[in-house]
Design a protein around this ligand. Structure first.
Ligand code: GLC
Ligand code: CA
Length: 554
């Protein structure tokens, strides 16, 4: 196993609680850095950027899928769970990357995709070649069709990417895929499936991986009797844990089993659930005898306003405490419009999500009129400083430290995301946040690689490149570096106390141990600057706290 060299000021190698308040940086590997000039990001590219990650000051990297894949869903269609996509590297490169990250004091979390494999996975190919009712088919979810000749799907369910959730095989049976047709769902009642994932978790843990991000963690357990309910019938099921496909109580037996695997290691491997479930159901996924932590996407969905931010923080701290876990904060990831862009639209504080509006904007070919890019970035910087002052882990998405906006104008014929194709363009998809990162002002693909990038990059990337922002006092990159360094220094226990005196109107303020206070003005007119030493500000403060600004004071 690769050794882990702890650096001064960071948690030690054997600290079992390292994840509780970690800053975790998500790498979407095909779009981070291209080491061999084929236009696709790779592990050698990541290795070459370890010094960048170390200087940024993150505690861990979460690596999105790097497994062999036909990329029907950006790598979330896995051909082989215990190998590296040859276009991304080799297992030797992987070991080298783990060693380089660990030597820099950075831990590694990898994505595990257990709800479905790809249709090219050896097991699915074997299932297709085997007769109905065979053990090979039992690893997935096959059913006969309805109607006299079985040519109607077993049920009228829709996939999450649009279109039917059942696809017919050449011999007439149908298989279930809650996502793309290239992503057949596993049958988690099958013991071989369970054993294979234990093997996978040990395989990566043995290679030094520190933890796992569990994709679609609420989907694995399904209750499918002989009579399948219709979509309308399923929609009427609202009682928690009763839906046949999502968030069933039995899913936690799987995670309790995984916990025993995680605990075979020192320190125990960690896991974070991607579970889109009702808030009150989250603690189950985050419990210490289960995965240990669960994403909350509440901030990511919230409008930039004091009241919802306060409610979300209070609720999630309580929910995490219920599970004995720490909570997770996310403003951007590979599935959503970047937060600098989301915040560039007028705020509707009563809205429960900022999504539809941004989607409409993207769909209409991204007209600039409605979008205030500068204001969006200003709010994004304020939201990030707010996030980084909170107790719990912060999950950052590659490129947000450069203040990148969503790329809105990707031509249809360059798009890759299945949501775009399956919805026939009704949903523009997620490519706009997956455009390869700009490292330099000029050059092929702005320094992403030596020979182009797999998604087109806009010309404005030049001024948002690492080179353009490096050591510039007012840049977003500098703000992230300073904030992450200070956070490391100031962060003590997980307490948070609202400062009721300062929290008035559009201003929200909370105190952390060590006399560290975070004050955000969500409004547009200036507020009073709190007393104390200003340690860091998301935009220039001059005697007052301007609108859309966060300061850390002590
Ligand atoms: C998760 C991933 C997303 C993927 C889906 C299916 O939501 O974050 O990118 O498309 O699962 O695996
Ligand atoms: Ca490459």
């Amino acid at each position: 196993m690769t050794s882990f060299t702890a650096q001064a000021g960071t948690a030690t190698a054997h600290d079992a609680d390292w994840w509780r308040q970690a800053a975790v940086y998500q790498i979407y590997p095909r779009s981070f850095a291209d080491g061999n000039g084929d236009g696709i990001g790779d592990l050698q590219g990541i290795i070459s950027r370890v010094p960048y990650l170390a200087r940024l000051g993150v505690d861990a990297v979460w690596l999105s899928p790097f497994y062999p894949s036909a990329l029907a869903d950006g790598g979330y269609d896995v051909d082989d769970y215990r190998d590296v996509d040859p276009r991304i590297g080799t297992l030797d490169d992987f070991d080298e990357m783990v060693a380089a990250l660990h030597a820099a004091g950075i831990r590694l979390i990898v994505d595990i995709v257990p709800n479905h494999s790809s249709n090219r996975h050896a097991w699915f190919q074997e299932a297709l070649a085997s007769p109905a009712g065979s053990p090979a088919r039992d690893r997935y979810i096959f059913r006969d069709g309805r109607g006299p000749s079985g040519d109607e799907p077993p049920a009228d369910w829709e996939s999450n990417f649009g279109g039917p959730a059942w696809t017919r095989t050449p011999d007439g049976q149908w298989y279930l895929h809650l996502f793309a047709a290239e992503q057949p769902d596993f049958n988690w009642d099958n013991e071989e499936v369970r054993e294979d994932f234990r093997t996978t978790l040990r395989f990566w843990s043995d290679r030094g991986v520190d933890g796992f991000r569990i994709d679609v963690a609420h989907g694995l357990a399904k209750e499918l009797g002989d009579e399948l309910p219709s979509r309308a019938e399923m929609e009427r099921i609202t009682a928690p844990g009763q839906h046949p496909l999502w968030d069933r109580d039995e899913v936690h037996e799987i995670y309790q089993d995984w916990r025993r695997v995680f605990d075979e290691y020192d320190p125990p491997r960690i896991a974070v659930a991607e579970a889109w479930v009702e808030a009150t159901r989250r603690p189950r996924y985050a419990s210490a005898d289960g995965l240990g932590q669960a994403f909350n996407f509440d901030l990511l969905e919230a409008p930039f306003a004091a009241e919802p931010f306060r409610r979300i923080v209070a609720d999630n701290l309580a929910l995490a405490a219920q599970a004995g876990s720490s909570t997770t904060w996310v403003l951007s990831n590979h599935d959503v419009v970047r937060h600098a862009t989301r915040y560039g639209f007028p705020v509707d504080a009563s809205a429960t999500t900022s999504r539809p509006r941004t989607r409409d904007w993207l769909l209409s070919g991204a007209p600039e009129a409605e979008l205030d890019r500068d204001l969006g970035l200003r709010r994004a910087r304020a939201a990030t400083l707010f996030e980084l002052a909170l107790p719990g882990s912060a999950y950052l998405y590659q490129g947000e430290e450069l203040g990148l906006h969503e790329v809105g104008d990707i031509p249809d014929d360059a798009r890759q995301d299945p949501t775009f194709f399956h919805s026939r363009g009704v949903d523009v998809g997620r490519d706009g946040c997956r455009v390869p990162l700009p490292w330099t002002r000029e050059g092929s693909s702005f320094g992403f690689g030596s020979n182009g990038a797999h998604l087109p990059q806009p010309s404005w990337f030049a001024e948002s490149s690492v080179e353009a922002e490096d050591d510039v006092a007012t840049s977003t990159l500098t703000l992230y570096r300073q904030a992450l360094a200070l956070r490391r220094e100031l962060q003590a226990d997980e307490g948070l106390v609202w400062d009721e005196q300062l929290s008035q109107g559009d201003v929200l303020a909370f105190r952390r141990p060590n006399g560290w206070t975070c004050v955000t003005n969500f409004g547009s007119s200036p507020a009073a600057l709190p007393s104390g030493e200003v340690l860091l500000a998301s935009s220039a403060v001059d005697g007052e706290l301007p609108g859309a600004t966060t300061v850390w004071v002590r």
